[in-house]
Design a protein. Structure first.
Ligand code: PLP
Lengths: 448, 485
């Protein structure tokens, strides 16, 4: 199958106009000795029906959809209203480039403006950018932004921050003279206040905390904020489960200076980890240090409201190596899906969905910890995830449950050696009372 | 025409809410006790589904897009986005797969990644690929980090990255983010890198040269083999920005030119939709020597099965969570499978044919600062029109909107004053190319006869020319509830 739109006659006419005999002559600038001179070694072309059959087969080798799954840990199964697929699938949203020409891109630009507004409302911050790649790289960008804000170079990161976010921060900062230090967690799964107090000195650039954290535990943000601000450090709050913002108080109202996170829960499929949606929001005063694109409101020559990309002197195409970030292409279409999702659910629907997540997780936690030998690892309040302390190695237990068609959670041992028996279980609104019971019975059986 | 409101302006808290199934577990008591919760999200919308559907459908109609017509945005490779690829990416085995699932349960996903990496190796002549980078710029950053880690393992990561003055802004920005100092290399009068000038700039402090080939003028760096030799002779590495790979597929491979590290843009060369600004995907290809440093995890074959290798002590780490913009990789692989070896070669052949057809048709009418042979795009400028009539590339671009086309890329590369960078891609028909050429010619005539038409353009769009200066001077970047008078 080919997507070329030229006939043989078209080609001859075009070659004649150009004044060459064959297409090959147009490649005269490519030295002969560098040319490939053979066909590429790729499988032969396919028709559309063959292609679909081929990929059906490959997709079928992913058996995951046949399992009952309680996996979370930064990627969540939530219900997506049909309107999200129908509207975001329109070619007018899928097939334009970045809105560099605002007069023919008002659709995309108004969507970004609404998206920025929604993110501000959810995070409780003044301004938000048009998106970043994902939650992890947004966390890294937040750390770099904190360094631009106060010029310091010691960064504290909660150990209960998503381990992949933590690694991403390390990679991004490695050659830039920043150091990253851990702050531990207490028996409640929350930030260890004593550890924070010991490490928080006047040379600390900022601290990054996730809430709900990687263990699902909701942090006490105001307490941390007070300590961090006492040292004029930047308080960064990462949110990996953005649905929580439907019920939990906005981090911006609890002292956050930068809120960053992952918006996948807003209408994006788990998709084996991407494309997802990095978001970032901050206070007005930090506007010029914010990375990424920003849409702004303006007027046309007739005085009508319109939207444009703005403040681009922060960006690489103008500032080159002095830009606030190297990001160019972002996750605009994912932000569009989030916007449709949030506007479809509305204030009441979002709140109800968030509440159902909490109730179901609480019910599951109650049911599972009635099993002999199974306990909640942490005592702190949770949103829709929690860590079970099993009477044996969590990876082995998960393996046992897999044989029963259940993916019970993420074993924490690989990332937290001290939590070898810890299993991170996620229960969202898509789970039912029956599915929770099935998990409980399965776990009982394998622990028997 | 209906002026579309912001959703916040039509919101009404009295409207019925989105309905969920009734909660089927007992309500937990004291669920929110002691927690900081919110009872209201001030300003957050509440509208009906009908209103949402009409809102976004109307907004969609204010966008120009590839599905509507020729989109000659240079450097962006706005080719047709095949519909079947969306369907493939929607298969449950891809879209519903959880990234933390045990590898045994996501074999189809791992197979897509491995197959795409293999295909990209063959197309580029490099030895290994990672699909983790989320877009071109993140690919550049990963590439720079790989170079840094590799050189460091040899004793010295070095300090400087050389970048031609015609390069895209992400190049210097990415090198800087990796801790390198950027040093600019001036283009020669033909718009290319001059090997003699380069020779002087390359020292043992230089970690790499970042070259775009064909460069941002659409001109092939014919001395690329010499360029590689010069950089390598001093122990540096050759990085290639593969954003313009569309000109090369099946004809010549970066690996065979002496390139050590390369990123390509799946959202350009491999047809995945840009989505109004993303998501993209910027896989990075490398020569064998850099393999130990690849981001983790790496997809590896163990017997019959595929697995994820996290145990890579020399890895640079990771630059995002999970495995990249996976569904974008699915679409790109579907595209490569559809085209097969000849189809992939045809990408380059026809995109170069189409670009040269436009160039030939507009040469003389619009100024070409550099007349070196064009590959997949050509960069005109507003020089002739500006001198004769005072109209600028901005006016020309805006007038194209009235003629029914998306404007070319403007004011890039920086070495061409008033640039109009035109990249038609291979998927356009002759009829569409001719329509665009006629529009450009008509605009030239209009410029000479009645320049005020151009200066006030566009005339027929949903909004007319927007005040970008005011937007930046007094930033309004979110909706706020109007204060009660
Ligand atoms: C030549 C060139 N290099 C790099 C980039 C950056 O790629 P991305 O936007 O995917 O980050 C682009 C496109 O924007 C480009 O045209």
């Amino acid at each position: 199958m080919s997507y070329i739109s030229l006939s043989a006659a078209d080609k001859s006419e075009m070659l004649a106009r150009i004044g060459v005999a064959a297409v090959d002559e147009l490649f005269g600038c490519v030295p002969e000795e560098l040319r490939l001179g053979r066909d590429l070694d790729l499988p032969p072309a396919m028709s559309e029906p063959e292609l679909l059959a081929h990929f059906d087969k490959i997709a079928g080798r992913t058996t995951y959809p046949r399992y009952l799954s309680f996996l979370g840990g930064g990627a969540y199964h939530h219900f997506i209203p049909a309107a999200v697929d129908a509207l975001s699938g329109r070619g007018e949203f899928l097939s334009p480039y970045t809105p560099y020409q605002p007069e023919v891109s008002q659709g995309t630009l108004q969507v970004i403006f609404e998206y920025q507004t929604l993110i501000c409302q959810l995070t409780g911050m003044d301004i938000a950018n048009a998106s970043l790649y994902d939650g992890a790289s947004a966390a890294a960008e937040a750390v770099l932004m904190a360094q631009r804000l106060n010029g310091r170079s010691r960064v504290l990161a909660a150990r209960s921050l998503h381990p992949q976010y933590r690694r991403t921060i390390e990679t991004y900062t490695r050659n830039l003279g920043l150091t990253i230090e851990d702050i531990g967690f207490g028996p409640d799964g929350r930030l260890d206040g004593a550890d924070l107090a010991a490490k928080l000195k006047n040379d600390v650039c900022g601290i990054i905390i996730q809430s709900p954290n990687f263990f699902g535990v909701i942090e006490d943000l105001p307490r941390a904020a007070e300590e961090v601000h006492g040292r004029q450090a930047v308080f960064i709050v990462a949110v990996a489960e953005a649905l929580s913002l439907g019920i939990l108080e906005a981090p911006g109202k609890l002292g956050a200076d930068i809120v960053c996170g992952e918006g996948q829960s807003y209408g994006l499929a788990p998709a084996f980890g991407g494309p997802f949606l990095g978001f970032m929001a901050c206070g007005k005063a930090s506007l010029r240090q914010l990375p990424g694109r920003i849409a702004g409101q303006t007027k046309d020559v007739d005085g009508r409201r319109g939207f444009v990309l703005t403040l681009s002197t922060r960006e690489q195409h103008i500032r080159r190596e002095k830009a606030t970030s190297n990001i160019c292409t972002n996750q605009a279409w994912c932000a569009l899906r989030a916007t449709i999702f949030l506007e479809t659910l509305g204030q009441a629907g979002l709140r109800e969905t968030a509440l159902q997540n909490m109730h179901k997780a609480r019910a599951a936690l109650g049911r599972l910890t009635r099993i002999t030998g199974v306990q909640a690892r942490f005592t702190g309040p949770v949103f829709n995830e929690f860590v079970l302390e099993l009477p044996r190695d969590a990876a082995a237990a998960a393996e046992g449950l897999r044989a029963k068609g259940i993916l019970a959670g993420i074993p924490l041992g690989p990332d937290y050696p001290e939590l070898q028996n810890g299993l991170l279980v996620c229960v969202t609104e898509v789970q039912s009372r029956e599915s929770i019971e099935r998990l409980a019975l399965g776990l009982e059986e394998i622990l028997r | 025409m209906i002026r579309e409101s912001l959703i916040f302006e039509i919101s009404d808290p009295g409207k019925p809410a989105f309905a969920l199934p009734a909660l089927d577990v007992p309500e937990a008591e004291g669920l929110l006790d002691g927690l900081a919760v919110r009872s209201d999200i001030p300003g957050f919308p509440q509208v009906s589904e009908v209103e949402v559907v009409r809102h976004f459908t109307r907004l969609s109609q204010q966008n120009y897009c590839v599905d509507l017509g020729l989109y000659p945005l240079g450097s962006c490779t706005m080719k047709h986005n095949p519909k079947v690829n969306e369907k493939v990416a929607g298969l449950a085995g891809f879209a519903q797969a959880h990234p933390c699932a045990p590898p045994e349960t996501v074999q189809g996903c791992l197979e897509v990644i491995k197959s795409l990496e293999d295909a990209l190796c063959e197309i580029t002549g490099l030895q290994a690929f990672t699909v983790q980078p989320s877009a071109g710029a993140q690919g550049e950053l990963v590439g720079m980090m790989l170079i840094h880690a590799f050189l460091k393992s040899r004793g010295n990561p070095r300090k400087i990255v050389l970048i031609p003055d015609s390069a895209h802004g992400t190049n210097p920005s990415s090198a800087h983010l990796c801790g390198y100092k950027v040093q600019e290399v001036k283009s020669d009068p033909t718009g290319r890198i001059d090997p003699d000038e380069l020779e002087k700039a390359v020292t043992e402090d230089v970690a790499a040269l970042m070259v775009t080939n064909p460069n941002t003028l659409g001109v092939f760096e014919s001395d690329i083999a010499d360029i590689a030799r010069i950089v390598h002779a001093k122990g540096g590495l050759l990085y290639m920005d593969g954003a313009n790979m569309n000109a090369l597929t099946g004809i010549v491979r970066p690996g065979d030119m002496g390139v050590d590290v390369l990123h390509i843009n799946l959202h350009k060369t491999f047809s995945t939709p840009h989505g109004g600004g993303g998501p993209g995907s910027g896989p990075v290809g490398i020569v064998k020597a850099l393999e130990p440093f690849l981001p983790t995890p790496v997809v590896v074959r163990r017997g019959e099965a595929l697995d994820l290798d996290f145990e890579r002590p020399r890895s640079i780490g990771r630059v995002r969570a999970f495995f990249g913009n996976f569904l974008v990789a699915v679409k790109a692989l579907a595209y490569i499978r559809t085209l097969g070896p000849w189809g992939v070669r045809e990408i380059a052949e026809i995109s170069v044919l189409n670009a040269n057809y436009i160039r030939k048709s507009l040469e003389g009418i619009y100024d070409l600062k550099y007349d070196a042979p064009s590959m997949h795009e050509c960069v005109f400028s507003d020089k002739l029109q500006k001198e004769a009539t005072g109209v600028t590339n901005l006016d020309i671009a805006k007038r194209l909107i009235d003629h029914g086309y998306h404007p070319p890329t403007m004011s890039f590369p920086l070495i061409v004053q008033g640039a109009l960078m035109i990249e038609p891609t291979e998927t356009e028909s002759k009829r569409d190319l001719d329509g665009f050429i006629e529009a450009m010619k008509a605009i030239d005539r209009e410029a000479r006869e009645s320049p005020e038409i151009l200066k006030a353009a566009p005339h027929h769009s949903y909004v007319r020319r927007l005040d970008e200066t005011a937007a930046a001077r007094n930033p309004v970047v979110r909706w706020e509830k109007p204060k009660n008078p």
